[in-house]
Write a protein that binds this ligand. Structure first.
Ligand code: ZN
Length: 240
């Protein structure tokens, strides 16, 4: 059984299309989405529609939360805030309702999915180091948890102590716990512009990181045409 696990799509329909085509080609039959479907890029409604129709497990991201509320924007930088305001205006009432109803944490078969952290998922903290990961691990009841939010693929492993590794192919060993970041579909920030997601080979106990080319020119043109900040188009190419 192969799961495609992906998140931080952020309204980038070109990247999402490339990821789903690759997952299908690679024999994935199941999907799980780590949240932040909207925000930053120009096709939030279309991305919500695609993922809603997939009918797969999805958890809520901070942009999904902000874009579907009416309240003020707390804790967002000006660039994200401008994008969120634009996104709110470009989602239907039905889209917002669906986003509002997403859960923060879900168990899918033998693994867990969350957008940010397991210790306080609603506070949207970032796991950037072994200490942050250790806090999350203490709330992790499955061997593997996939998460997003940092837009940077990374695997934390708890085997007594917590260590972290970048990975291409990660073997899942019994007795250890794994907190695995799938990177970002629609706005990678690890210096590599290629769309990122992971395939979990559930029967073979390994996780593969995928990085893909997509039609970035179209995604950038749409951002500019929509009147979103030019910087949002520029950063896609820089992978940050
Ligand atoms: Zn995000």
């Amino acid at each position: 059984m192969r799961f495609a696990i992906f998140g931080d799509i952020h309204g980038n329909l070109e990247a999402l299309t490339a990821v789903l085509a690759d997952a299908k080609e690679r024999g994935c039959t199941h999907y799980a989405c780590l949240g932040d479907i909207v925000g930053y890029n120009a096709n939030p409604h279309e991305c919500v529609e695609v993922i809603r129709e997939m009918d797969c497990p999805v958890v809520k991201g901070n942009h999904d939360e902000q874009a579907s509320m009416e309240e003020d924007l707390a804790g967002f930088n000006p660039l994200a805030e401008e994008a969120i305001n634009w996104t709110r205006a470009n989602l239907s009432a039905e889209d917002k309702q669906w986003l509002r109803e997403l859960r923060m944490v879900r168990q899918v078969r033998d693994f867990t999915i969350v957008h940010a952290t397991l210790d306080t998922p609603q506070r949207w903290g970032y796991v950037f180091n072994n200490l942050d990961a250790a806090a999350s691990f203490s709330y992790q009841h499955t061997n593997i948890c996939f998460y997003g939010h940092t837009h940077s693929p990374r695997a934390y492993v708890r085997d007594g102590v917590v260590t972290s590794v970048p990975f291409d192919n990660l073997r899942i060993e019994p007795g250890k716990k794994y907190f695995i970041n799938a990177g970002s579909v629609g706005q990678p920030r690890d210096g590599d512009w290629h769309a990122s997601y992971v395939i979990y080979h559930a029967d073979k106990n390994f996780v593969t990181l995928r990085r893909l080319k997509y039609d970035i020119d179209t995604a950038q043109d749409k951002i500019v045409d929509a009147g979103l900040p030019q910087r949002l188009a520029d950063r896609l190419a820089l992978g940050k």
